[in-house]
Design a protein around this ligand. Structure first.
Ligand code: ATP
Length: 366
């Protein structure tokens, strides 16, 4: 079993100028055997440090990392049954593809030359790079180099793959292709994978579960759809989804949420869910906002179109409320609907789509 467990894992760096930097703060997560977990979050949130601690490239300040039930905190990297793939590929420039892939095995195992050759052949087959085997990294494209870097991890047949932004240096089209390939590969090999990325699309499309970090702290670890539909807090709600969720500060007056530019009447059921909380934030995703013709429902508001960003099948439309020149919000509108700058429209915020957060803590209330 290659279940990987992080239990209250913390990393504190000591910096001469800044003092203590808590890079990873009591992170606990269980990664199941064969699971694909993406770790996401903004720059500096502790993604790479977390991965490096699992790899053994960084000491753990406190907490425990277990692989298959065994504590590996103090195991040197070479003894851990993990293989890491970096953004930079980290290939040896003077070695051929074959030598690059065989090198780790020659150093760390007592496999025969024949066994190693066979492992390398299987991996190059799997990755479709058999015809490149005698080339050196300088003679390969970025995508091909990344395949070799993956191959080098695969030949080691590890319990866990650790990947740190492995597709970051590729162009958008190749990234999308490699994403699908990596997914197939992981499904076929069934190797537990921890994959760091700052790209939420990558995380949403590839992973079984996403772990979202902010400021070293784990915000949520759940399936992509759970993170999208049921975010734990405002950070997750704002981080997952593109364009980001709209947030409005609201005061509670009975069963009405009062924002600067609009009032939102809640059903009895929703009002009950909010308990007696008063200091709230209302959230709605751009794709949940509807454009309605001549609507006058309880949750319909007059808006003016500010900016239209065409995206093909849909448009991202920036608007303000009619009665205001300050509160902006963003709606995603069907690309077939002609929307023009300055146009007066009616938008609907359907009640089933609204999120409500406690403004003080950011925690989701609904
Ligand atoms: P990015 O997406 O930019 O790569 P990240 O989420 O991977 O960021 P980390 O590289 O893990 O973030 O860094 C987390 C925090 O720890 C940052 O504040 C960073 O400045 C700090 N940090 C990382 N390595 C060291 C180090 N060797 N010494 C001191 N501080 C460090």
């Amino acid at each position: 079993m290659a279940q990987l467990t992080l239990d209250d894992v913390t990393k504190i760096f000591h910096d001469d100028d800044e003092g203590e930097i808590v890079a990873v703060d009591e992170v606990s997560v269980d990664i199941e055997d064969g699971e694909f977990l993406c770790v996401v979050g903004p720059s500096g949130c502790g993604k790479s440090t977390t991965l490096r601690m699992i790899a053994g490239l960084e000491d753990i300040s406190s907490g425990e990392i277990r692989l298959g039930g065994e504590i590996i905190n103090d195991q040197p990297p070479a003894q851990r049954d993990v293989a890491m793939v970096f953004q930079s590929y980290a290939l040896y420039p003077h070695m051929t593809v074959r030598e690059n892939m065989a090198f780790g095995l020659e150093q760390s195992t007592d496999m025969s030359d024949e066994q190693i050759a066979q492992q390398v052949e299987e991996a190059t087959d799997l990755l479709g790079i058999d015809d490149l085997i005698d080339r050196k990294p300088g003679e390969l494209s970025g995508g091909q180099q990344q395949r070799v870097a993956l191959g080098r991890a695969i030949v080691r047949d590890p319990e866990v793959f650790l990947m740190d932004e492995p597709l970051a240096n590729l162009d958008a089209k190749l990234r999308a292709e490699m994403r699908t390939e990596l997914q197939h590969l992981q499904e076929r090999l069934g190797v537990t994978t921890v994959y760091v990325t700052h790209d939420q699309t990558e995380a949403m499309t590839m992973s079984d579960r996403i772990a979202i970090l902010n400021d070293g702290k784990l915000q949520q670890a759940a399936t992509p759809l759970e993170c999208y539909h049921e975010p734990n807090n405002m950070f997750v709600a704002g981080f997952i989804g593109e364009p980001s969720m709209n947030f409005f500060d609201v005061d509670r007056r009975g069963s009405t949420l009062v924002a600067d530019d609009f009032e939102y009447d809640l059903s009895e059921e929703t009002a009950r869910e909010l308990g007696d909380r008063t200091d709230l934030t209302l959230g709605i995703r751009p794709e949940d906002i509807e454009l309605v013709e001549g609507g006058s429902g309880a949750h319909d508001y007059a808006g003016v179109v500010d900016v239209v960003e065409p995206r093909g099948s849909e448009n991202t439309v920036h608007m303000t409320f009619d009665a205001s020149d300050s509160a902006n919000f963003v709606a995603t509108v069907d690309g077939m609907r002609d929307v023009e700058w300055g146009e007066h429209v009616t938008v609907r915020f359907p009640e089933e789509a609204i999120h409500v957060f406690d403004s003080a803590t950011g925690e989701a209330v609904r």
